[in-house]
Every structure is written in C-alpha cells, then in structure tokens.
Design a protein. Structure first.
Length: 572
C-alpha cells in the first residue's frame, strides 16, 4: 500500500484551495473556481530531479529515473516528475536524444551530462519557478569533487546554497540530498562528503521544509574494482547501479511520505544493452568482411566465430571492435563459418541473447566439403542467414573515389565496378578516433550526413558482388563544413562575491561554447570547462579564487571555431 505524505505543503495548499472553492460554492459565495468542478481531483506530488550525467543517462540506458518512477507507480503513489527536459545524452551525436532502453515512463527531469554545482547548467531558481515542484531531488556533486577537486566542505556549502535558493522561491519545498555513489579512487573525498552531508541534513531540515538524505548503497561497486560491477565505465551506473540509485532515492522519498521504500532484495532486469545488432557479411580471399547496425549506446562490439566444418565451439575472434565494420582474416579455404557480433557499452558486454543474427559463409577454395548444419550452442543463440558461397573472383576495388565537403556532411562518389551489385562505404572520424562506420548502397554516389563539422574524416569504399567483396580503396580524407559562429554578445558578470553569474546571449549556429578562465597575473595558465551546451547562457563562477580573473567564452559549431569575447572580473 502506498504511503501518503504526512506534510505536503504545496500539494496540500492546492488541495485545500480546491476544497475551499467547493465549500464557497455550496454556501453561495462567489468563487474563482469553475462552476463545472464538482470534486477536487487528485493532486500529484511534483518531483524535480536535478543532477549530472549519472542522473541524465546516455544512449541505451534505462536511467535510475526510470526505476524510481516505475516503483512509485507500482506502489500507487500519485507523483509527477517535472523538469525542463525529457531526453538523455546521445553517445553517437554527442548531443541530446531519446534512445532509452525503455521510454515508457515519466521522463521529465533537470539533469544534464557535465553539470555540477560549481558551474550550473540547470540553476535551481528557474526550475523552481517554472515547474513548481513539491520535492527537489539534488543528485549532484560527483563532478565537483572529481573534476573541480573542490573540498567536501566547499561542496557542502554549495548544497546549502542550493537549498537556500530553492526556499527563496518556495519556503515549503522538501529536499532530498543524494550522496555520492562511487568509491574513493573514482571520486576523491566522496566518503568525507557523504559523512558531512548526512550530518548537515538534519540541521538544514525544518518543520516547514524538510531535508532528508538518500544514502549511497554500500554494495555499489565500480568497474575498476570488480567484474561484477554496477557501472559500465569507471563512474556511470549500468542497470544494477541504476536500480541501486533508484532504491536509495525511493527510500528517502518514503521518509517524506511519498511512495514507499524500495522492495528488497533488489530486482535487476537483464544487464547491458537490450537491442541486438543486425549483421551482414561478404566473403573474401581467406577472409570475411562484416558490417552491422549498432544498437543505441553501443561503443564497441565483440565478434564471435564458430568453425562449422571443424565442429569447434564458438570462440571470441575479435574483442571490442570500434565502429560497425571489420575484416576477419586467416579463414581456411573451403571451410564454413558462422559469425555473430555482440554489442557492448565500454566495459559492459551485453548478455548472449542480444547477439546479432548468425551469418554463415563458406570461404572459396580448398577441397569440397559437405555443408555442416548450424545448431544451437551453450553460449550463442544462432539465427542463421544465407551466406555467400562462390569460387568466382570477387570484384576489384572501386576507382576514382572522390570526397567533397558539405555542410555537416561529405559527398562521396566513385566509378562503377563490373560485377558489383552494391557497395559498402566506410567512414571514420579521425579526430574522435572512432572505428569505421559502414553504409551500404547500390548507387555509386552517397551523401554521408550527420558528421561533425571541422573534424577530419577518412572514407573508403568496397564493392560487393556474388563472388564476395573487394578490398577497400585507399582512404580519402574530407572535412565537413559549417558556417563560423559569431562571438557571444553581451558577455557580462552579474552579482558580486565569489559566486557571481557569467551571462551572454545565445549564439545562433553554435552547437556549444567553451568557457575558459585564468588569473590576470602574467603567465597564468588558462583553465577550460567541459563543453557548455548551446542553450546554456549563464554559469555560476563558483571555483574562482580571490583576485582579478580573465573569463573568455568562445562559440563552436562542432569543431569549427567561432568568435570569442572576454571579460575581467575581480573576486573579493
């Protein structure tokens, strides 16, 4: 049975106001309420979650917000997650997207990749004013300790400032402060900060505006510590980690009378990415070229190979292949193989049920051999597709490869190849050091969209025919273009003290900004923040020490460097 809030200031005020309108109408007293309203409807508790990349999530994640909302729904709690966005970080475009593992939940939130309390992408006041939450969940602080190397005491001061700002908008706001989920080797001083936060929360709490702490799960482990970890890299939670975060926040909300504690033992869905690639292949001389569609969130793939002629067990042929194409070498002429790919998100490989379809192919040459049957294996779930079996000569590589720049794209063309039924265009972002991405086409020209402007790319093409696939052409380089964005205008400092706001006008055509600062002393080095999203035009300058500082904001369109403006600020 769901718990109800023992004290729900804002939600209570709305319910009381609605009831007052009904009583006034019954007594014949004029009211602003609509005469058509007969009974006050349920008033959901509005919850705003502010956080960084751990809360934001990235392609292929459920996010801990998903498990929290699903839990609250399951226990019958009437809540409404609110915030300025409903998306997450897109790992392919480095922008925003909606590629959740399961998008069926209330996705509104106020978290963002790279956010911190020191340099705020999502300040508290606008979220409070625009979305009017009853509960504010502050799930942020890891970046302040890990990247800005602020002391636990300073981060605690930032927490207190955020609580004060929230109360300045709504004196009745309830607050959940989430501890840092990470070991000391990943977030320096995380334990000390958690201890300070736990002790200070009780002092910050008042009967009108309660403050509780979401405690870090003591069993939470990062990938640098153990294979049975709760993260897909050294900090960001995988599915088990997301469930642990959700359970912690749910327990804290239950202290406020919202929902119920998360049930134990924790139920964790299948780990890793939950979409399978679609694999294609073409045979070559003692080799096979594979290409596939990558599921959302995949950063690499493992290639599994089974020699059906030798009846050998499947083995890992290639590990952590970046991109969406690879050539498997050293195949035996006349032998038949089954190949599959398994996606992974950095250190976290998907479970075997998320392997691609199996592609079966026979390598030309060698003595004729009976065709073996592809059957199930203990570790792989095959879904065979016809292979390419031919002793003819594969087509020659295309000639005349031409690559021309376009806005955010490359225009690629080449001469037709006799005997080729289609082509495989390979592209790689050399500046991002990504793997080769494959683009099949039956034409002899292709416009490759969605590329980072200003980044150096390499392009190759292979021809496919009934006899197999050609060798790739030599790589030809190209750089997608974009208009140079102008400098940010009206760059200024608002406020005094050690935490003023830096503001500027949004730059049309920019994808992000780069904010740098340094002491005005001659020879002092510049320090640069992580990329600031294009929509963000105000930052709190918390980490500045006393003295005069130069602060510079430069606009960018991907890697195309735009104009910059600089201001001088004196911190007392």
């Amino acid at each position: 049975m769901a718990l109800t809030r023992s004290v729900a200031p804002r939600a209570g005020r709305r319910a009381i106001a609605a009831l007052a309108c009904l009583l006034a109408a019954a007594a014949g007293v004029p009211s602003l309420a609509s005469a058509a309203v007969e009974t006050p409807g349920p008033v959901p508790v509005r919850i705003a979650v502010l956080g960084d990349s751990i809360t934001d999530g990235s392609s292929g994640d459920y996010t801990w917000r998903y498990f929290l909302e699903r839990h609250l729904r399951a226990v019958g709690s009437d809540v409404d997650l609110v915030g300025p966005r409903d998306d997450l970080f897109d790992m392919e475009s480095f922008g925003r997207g909606h590629s959740y593992a399961d998008p069926d939940f209330d996705r509104d939130h106020g978290a963002e990749w790279g956010d911190s309390m020191a340099w705020q992408f999502n300040p508290v006041a606008p979220v409070m004013e625009e979305h009017q939450p009853d509960v504010l969940v502050n799930a942020i602080g890891s970046s302040d300790l890990r990247f800005w190397l602020l002391s636990p005491e300073r981060v605690l001061e930032l927490v207190e400032e955020r609580v004060a700002v929230a109360r300045s908008v709504d004196p009745d706001i309830d607050v959940v402060l989430v501890q840092v989920f990470a070991e000391e080797d990943q977030v320096p001083n995380g334990r000390a900060y958690n201890a300070l936060l736990g002790a200070r929360a009780a002092e910050l709490s008042t009967p009108r505006s309660r403050v509780v702490v979401a405690l870090a799960d003591p069993t939470y482990r990062t990938s640098s510590q153990t294979d049975a970890a709760d993260t897909w890299d050294d900090i960001h939670p995988d599915t088990s980690g997301q469930v642990k975060y959700a359970a912690s926040v749910a327990d804290a909300l239950a202290e406020l009378g919202v929902g119920a504690p998360y049930p134990r033992p924790l139920a964790v869905p299948p780990e890793g990415l939950r979409h399978a690639p679609e694999l294609q292949a073409a045979v070559g001389e003692e080799s096979a070229t594979l290409w596939w569609s990558a599921p959302p969130g995949a950063t690499a793939h493992d290639v599994w190979m089974e020699d059906l002629s030798a009846r050998s067990a499947p083995r890992l042929a290639l590990s952590q292949v970046r991109g969406t194409t690879v050539q498997v070498l050293g195949l035996t002429p006349g032998s038949t193989y089954a190949l599959r790919v398994l996606p992974r998100k950095h250190l976290q490989a998907a479970l075997p049920d998320m392997q691609s379809n199996a592609v079966v192919l026979t390598v030309p040459g060698g003595p004729p051999a009976p065709q073996p049957t592809l059957g199930p294996t203990p570790s792989l779930t095959p879904s065979p597709t016809p292979g390419l079996v031919s002793a003819a000569t594969p087509p020659v590589p295309p000639r005349g490869l031409d690559v021309r720049p376009a806005r955010g794209a490359l225009r690629v063309s080449w001469s037709p190849v006799p005997g080729a039924a289609s082509y495989l265009v390979l592209v790689r972002d050399r500046d991002a050091r990504t793997g080769w991405r494959s683009l099949p086409t039956s034409a002899t020209a292709l416009r490759i969209e969605g590329l980072r402007a200003g980044a150096r790319h390499a392009v190759r093409v292979q021809a496919l025919g009934e006899a197999g696939i050609s060798a790739p052409t030599s790589a030809v380089r190209g750089i997608p273009t974009a208009p140079t964005p102008p400098r940010p205008r009206r760059l200024r400092i608002v406020g005094d003290g050690q935490a003023p706001e830096l503001r500027w006008r949004r730059v049309g055509g920019a994808t992000h900004y780069r904010v740098s600062y340094r002491s005005a002393r001659p020879g002092a080095p510049w320090r640069t923040l992580p990329e600031v999203p294009q929509r963000v035009t105000r930052l709190v300058l918390t980490p500045l020490t006393r003295g005069r500082h130069l602060i510079r904001v430069r606009s960018f369109h991907d890697l195309v460097r735009g104009g910059a403006d600089t201001v001088v600020h004196r911190t007392m």
